[in-house]
Design a protein around this ligand. Sequence first.
Ligand SMILES: C[S@@+](CC[C@H](N)C(=O)[O-])C[C@H]1O[C@@H](n2cnc3c(N)ncnc32)[C@H](O)[C@@H]1O
Length: 293
Amino acid sequence: MEALRPRAGGRYADGTAGGGGHAAALLRASAPSGKLFGCDRDGAAVRAARERLGEFEGRFEIRQGSFAELGQWIEAGSCDGVVLDLGLSSAQLEPERGFSFQSDGPLDMRMDPEQELTAAALLNQAGAEELAKIFWEYGGEANSRRIARAIERERQIRPLGRTRQLAELIEKVSPRGGRKAHPATKAFQALRIVVNDEMGHLQRGLEAAVKILSPGGRLAVISFHGLEHRLVKEFGDRLSRDYEAGEPDVPELRRPRPALLRWVRRKPILPGPAELSGNPRSRSAQCRVMEKL
Ligand SMILES: C[S@@+](CC[C@H](N)C(=O)[O-])C[C@H]1O[C@@H](n2cnc3c(N)ncnc32)[C@H](O)[C@@H]1O
C-alpha cells in the first residue's frame, strides 16, 4: 500500500486477485471513488475474491484470466497502480489441487483447472531428457537426471498419478541427507512452473502492467523464488535504461530511446518479523516497485 499510494478516484489493477486481500486493501484505501480491476487464472479464486469484495459493490470488476491479458480489457495508460503477487494462494495448496508433496493428491498443478496440460500428463509423456531439463532449469535440481530416469522406469510399471507417489520416488533416488527441505521441493516447483508456463505469463504480465499504467503510476511485484526475482529485476533494469540493447549488449550497437520506467525499490521490501510469524509462507517474498515515466 505504501508503494502504490492508493487515493480516492484512483484506478488500480490486481493481476493476482486470489482471496481478494490486496484488492480489498486497495479499495478501502481509495474510498469512496477508487476503482479496482482484478483477475486470477483460477476460477475458484475469482469467486472467492468477488465474495470478499461484496462490500465494495460497484467499484470493482474481476475477471477470470491471466495477468498477461490485462492489456486486452483495461485501457492503456489508465491505471495509477498495479500489483502482482505471484505464485500460489493458500487455497491452492489444498491436496486435491496437486501442488503439495506433503499430502497426497492427484498430480494436477493447474492454476486454471480448465487448462488441458496437467503435471501427470507432462510426467507420463515427456522424454527423460526433457524432464531432466525441466528439473534443472526451473528447479535448480542437482539430481535432475537421476530423478528423470526414475520417473521413466516407474511409468513403465504404472503411470504417475499421485503427488505422494512422485514425492516417494524422488526421496528414494535423491535422499534427504542433511537438507532441511524435502528432496521433492525443487522438482515440484519446476513442474508447477512449466505446467502453468509461469515465466512466460510473468514476462507478458509485466509488459501488460506497464501498458495499462499512466505516467507516474506504479507497479509492485511480489516474487517468491530466484527465477521470478531475476525476471522482475531484468525487466525493470531493461525498461529503466534509455536505450535498447542487443544480445549480447555491444555498446556501439545500442539504440537510444527514452527510459520507460524508474525503479522506486529495486532492493526488495522484505517481510518483517510480525509478518513472518503470522504468515510463515511470506519468508521468501520480495516486493519490488517501479514507476512508469
Ligand atoms: C499469492 S496468491 C495472491 C493472493 C492475493 N494477493 C490476496 O490478497 O488474496 C497468487 C494468486 O495468483 C494467481 N496467479 C498466478 N499466476 C497468475 C497469472 N498469470 N494470472 C492471473 N493470476 C495468476 C494464482 O491463481 C493465485 O490465486
